[in-house]
Design a protein around this ligand. Sequence first.
Ligand SMILES: C[S@@+](CC[C@H](N)C(=O)[O-])C[C@H]1O[C@@H](n2cnc3c(N)ncnc32)[C@H](O)[C@@H]1O
Length: 176
Amino acid sequence: MLDIGCGAGKLCCIGAASRGGTWHGVDRDPALVQAAIAAATLLDLQASTTFTTGEMEVVDWSSFDSLYFYNPFAAILFGPAPFPKSVRWTMLTEQIARTEAHLAELAIGTRVVTYEGFGGDMPDGYVLTQVELIRDGQLALWVKQRSRRRVRSSSGSGQTAAGAGQRVTCSASSTS
Ligand SMILES: C[S@@+](CC[C@H](N)C(=O)[O-])C[C@H]1O[C@@H](n2cnc3c(N)ncnc32)[C@H](O)[C@@H]1O
């Protein structure tokens, strides 16, 4: 699992301690990454967690089968960065577009979990398979499916395709 914008490593540490697997976090804030490494060390989770400081692209997304986004770009609008509002909106739009483009390139079967989304739309082929309400936020699981878009062939036959943000089934539960 790759946690994009991992902050102080909450998800990675809790996931590794409770579910096993291997967890990697990337965050542009070096202080938060240091905190994540310290937490993982204290919890003796170094074998199953790793963390990288930098922009989200310093890690190769395609080497993970699952990705997690906890609304990582909202801080651009509301955080302490010393930019005027118009610049913040441009930065936000650009980050969201980059994320959509990267997600579009990932392999069939890739799972993407979002908590309160990432600000953009899931690209074609991602199907929303599960939703849970946690406190006031929405935790969603998207799975990239093989394209079933209708494609016209010369014989007139075709296939169907999963469209952008297609919702196939949706089980919602509240834990609050
Ligand atoms: C809401 S916090 C999520 C914290 C963490 N995922 C958790 O579950 O506790 C969003 C984080 O995304 C990071 N972030 C925002 N844009 C980023 C980018 N382009 N590359 C790397 N990290 C980014 C911020 O520094 C911030 O720590």
